[in-house]
Design a binder for this molecule. Structure first.
Ligand code: KIV
Length: 268
């Protein structure tokens, strides 16, 4: 039984039913996981964005299963309240349902997350159904799906045409039907975000999908202003930590060179 205040997949569905918004962020290590958990984030995603924001890669494609297991274990050990979700990396679930089961199982058994996320719509409904029936909660992810960057060729807004909008609604309904407990909706017009949230009974967690979705998720180093290589329009920077960190490091270097650090009080 979950501790009082612990966020579970059931909590998220209740939030949607009660019209209460869900606040989600990403984490990749124990230090940040603890800070996010203590600050009251509802869902902490160990995103495959670890590849771009932490590993310095150009896309999320290269991150491996072993690396995701490692990051999931660090994060889940830092959380007691938030629901921790681990991303299934590219090619860990696309080849076969048995791959998906084995790899999702690893994220739960070795990474100690409580749920997994995978990208894709109707085509992946049978995979979601199988995972859910094996006791693995699944969060879907539709709209812009960064693992398919080589297929899309660009990170532009999805669902701008009627055909694609209808298909995305069908995708969400197929995932819901298959048993997904929530769906991330990335970079679609706000009106489509609204339509998707109104069409489903599971929470739609938006990123770059406007204000009407049931919750929001951002990549933590983006919203803290730590990752500055580029800034999508949908990111709000709540701090400019890259500047603060750079300033602190420069001050430290100066103090060391000026023999101003350490002081008597900082010495034994
Ligand atoms: O990997 C990630 O950080 C994600 C979010 C952008 C939702 O999938």
């Amino acid at each position: 039984m979950a501790a009082a205040g612990k966020v579970t997949t059931a909590t998220l569905k209740e939030r949607k039913a009660g019209g209460e918004r869900i606040a989600a962020l990403t984490a990749y290590d124990h230090l940040f996981a603890t800070l996010l958990d203590q600050a009251g984030v509802d869902v902490i995603l160990v995103g495959d964005s670890v590849a771009t924001v932490m590993q310095g890669r150009d896309t999320t494609v290269p991150v491996t299963m072993d690396q995701m297991v490692y990051h999931c274990e660090l994060v889940s050990r830092g959380c007691s309240r938030a629901l921790v979700v681990g991303d299934l990396p590219f090619m860990s679930y696309q080849v076969s349902i048995s791959d998906a089961l084995r790899n999702a199982g690893r994220l739960l058994k070795e990474g100690h997350v409580e749920a997994v996320k995978l990208e894709g719509g109707q085509d992946f409904a049978p995979t979601v159904e199988k995972l859910v029936s094996a006791g693995i909660p699944v969060m879907g992810h539709v709209g812009l799906t960064p693992q398919s960057i080589n297929q899309f060729g660009t990170y532009k807004t999805r669902g701008t045409e009627k055909d694609e909008q209808d298909r995305l609604v069908e995708d969400a309904l197929a995932l819901e039907q298959a048993g997904a407990f929530a769906i991330v909706l990335e970079k679609v017009p706000a009106e489509l975000g609204k339509r998707m949230a109104e069409s489903t009974s599971v929470p739609i967690i938006g990123i770059g999908s406007g204000p009407h979705t049931d919750g929001q998720i951002l990549v933590t180093p983006d919203m803290l202003g730590m990752f500055t290589r580029f800034k999508p329009r949908f990111v709000r920077r709540y701090r400019e930590l890259a500047n603060d960190i750079g300033g602190a490091i420069r001050d430290y270097c100066q103090d060391v060179r000026d023999r101003a650090f350490p002081s008597q009080d900082e010495s034994y």
